[in-house]
Write a protein that binds this ligand. Structure first.
Ligand code: NI
Length: 189
C-alpha cells in the first residue's frame, strides 16, 4: 500500500471519461488500497482513480457520520439513479486545492455498483454522503465540481484555476497533506 500523488487541475487525466472495470483482480484491490491510503494522507473525504492517474471507474469515500463510524467504502463502476431533492453545500477537490464553493446536488439518490471483489451492491445514500458520491461519480466521467458552478462564479475563479494549471499551488499547500482543514462540510474529495 502506498500514497500516490494526486493529480492537479490541468492534468488531462482529470478530463478523461474513465473506462469500466472488467477484471476484479489483485491489481484492482492494490489500486483501491492505495486510494484509501492517499485519501487519508491528503485528509480527503473521497477520491476517484483518475485523481491518481488511473482512468478507471473506481472511487473511494470516507465520510463522517453524525453518529457512529465513517461511511468508508470503494465503489467500482458506479451508477447513480433516482436522484431526489436539491441541496446546496460546500465542496472542495483534492485536485483543485484552495477552491471551495457551494454546489447544488441531489439530496438523496440510489447508488449501484460493485465492491473491489466484484460483489454487486445497491443502497440509498443521502446528505453529505450523497454529495461526496455525486462529486466522485462526476470525476470518473471527467467532470469537475467547478463545471457545476455558474458562469459568473467560474469567471471569478479563472485566476486561481490558471495558477493551478501553471503548477502554482496555494501557500501552505503540502503535497502529502492536501489543502487543509477538518473533514466534514467543505472538505475535499
Ligand atoms: Ni474532487
Amino acid at each position: 500500500m502506498a500514497v500516490r500523488p494526486v493529480r492537479i487541475y490541468g492534468d488531462p487525466v482529470l478530463r478523461q471519461k474513465s473506462a469500466p472495470v472488467t477484471e476484479f483482480d489483485d491489481s484492482l484491490r492494490a489500486l483501491v488500497a492505495d486510494m484509501f491510503d492517499t485519501m487519508a494522507a491528503y485528509n480527503g473525504v473521497g477520491l476517484a482513480a483518475n485523481q491518481v492517474g488511473v482512468a478507471q471507474r473506481v472511487f473511494v469515500v470516507d465520510v463522517p457520520q453524525e453518529e457512529g463510524p465513517n461511511e468508508r467504502f470503494a465503489v467500482i463502476n458506479p451508477v447513480l439513479e433516482k436522484r431526489e431533492g436539491h441541496e446546496k453545500g460546500e465542496e472542495g477537490c483534492l485536485s483543485m486545492p484552495g477552491i471551495v464553493e457551494d454546489v447544488v446536488r441531489a439530496e438523496s439518490l440510489w447508488l449501484k455498483g460493485f465492491d473491489e471483489y466484484g460483489k454487486p451492491f445497491e443502497r440509498k445514500v443521502s446528505g453529505y454522503l450523497a454529495r461526496a458520491i455525486q462529486h466522485e461519480a462526476d470525476h470518473v466521467d471527467g467532470v469537475l465540481f467547478t463545471d457545476r458552478l455558474s458562469i459568473v462564479t467560474r469567471q471569478l475563479l479563472r485566476k486561481k484555476l490558471d495558477e493551478l494549471i501553471r503548477g502554482e499551488l496555494p501557500p501552505g499547500y503540502h503535497p502529502a497533506k492536501g489543502p487543509k482543514g477538518p473533514k466534514g462540510e467543505g472538505a475535499s474529495s
